[in-house]
Design a binder for this molecule. Sequence first.
Ligand SMILES: C[S@@+](CC[C@H](N)C(=O)[O-])C[C@H]1O[C@@H](n2cnc3c(N)ncnc32)[C@H](O)[C@@H]1O
Length: 279
Amino acid sequence: MDPDASDEMTDHLVDFFDQIASAYDDWAGGQHGRVAARLVELAAPKRGEHALDVGTGTGLVAHLVATKVMPGTVIGIDLSDRMLSIAREKKSKNIQFVGMAAERLVFRPETFDLVTMGEALAYLSDPTDALAEAHRVLRPGGRLAVSCQRRSLSTRAQDLFFQGLAPLARRHYLSLPRYSSERARLGEPDVLPQLLGAAGFDVTRLTEMVTGGRTQNAREWTDLMAGAGPLPYTLIRSLGPRYRTELEAEVESAMASLGDPDDAFRYHHSYVIAVARRR
Ligand SMILES: C[S@@+](CC[C@H](N)C(=O)[O-])C[C@H]1O[C@@H](n2cnc3c(N)ncnc32)[C@H](O)[C@@H]1O
C-alpha cells in the first residue's frame, strides 16, 4: 500500500472505531469480551509482570491482565480516542492508556514481560512492523499473545452477504479504502504462526475459538454485521431508510437463495489465538 493510501486507511479505521466505541463491549452479546477472556487465560499473566496491550480498544484485555499482574503494571495503546476514553472509565490502579501507534512504540527495548494483541493485528497499518516492535520491547523469553479473526470459517450466509458489499458500495457511488485481500488470511492457522516465526517468535500454543448463532431477520442481521468491520458499518449506516429497506429485502432473498432454511441468517465468530515466546 502506498503511504497516502495507508494513511487514508488508518483514518478510516480510527473513525470506525471512534464511532462504534460506545457499542463495542456489547456487540454480539459481548463477543469481544469472551475472546479477550480466552486470550488472557492462554497468555497466563503472572503477578508482578509488566505488560503492554497493543490496539487495546476499550481495554477488555488490558483490564483482565491488570488484575492478574498486580502489583505489576499494564500499558494499553491505541489510536482511537473514543475507545481509549471508554478504557479509562473502567478503573484499575495499575493501568495506563496512551494514544500511540503499534508500529512506532516509544518504549525502550526489553521493557515488557508480556505483549497482548487482542483482535488488533489485522487492523494495523503494518502488522509486520507492529510485530517487530512487539519483539523489540519484549525481554528475551517474554510472551506475545495474539487473537485474530479466522475468516475462512464464515458461514455461507456471511460469505454471500460480504460478497455483496462491494457491488452495493458501487451502486451507491461510495468509494471506501480497503486492505488487500491478503489481510483476510492473517487469522488462518497456517499463516499466523509463520508471521510470528518470521518476526522472531516461537509459537508455544495455537488454538481456535468458534461461536455462532442465527439472527431472526434481515434487520437484526444487518445490525449485527454493521459492527463487524468498517466496510459494512460505513455502508449500512450511510444508507437512508429507503435504501436500508431495499438492502434488507436483498438480504432476505439472498438468504432464501441458500436453499436450506437452516443456513439462512447463520453466522460464525471464529478466531485463532496464538501464544509465542520471544527468541
Ligand atoms: C477490534 S479492536 C480490538 C480491541 C481490544 N484489543 C479487544 O480485544 O477487544 C482493534 C483496535 O486496534 C486499534 N488500532 C488500529 N490500528 C492501530 C494502530 N496502527 N496502532 C494502534 N492501535 C490501532 C483500533 O483503534 C481498535 O481499537
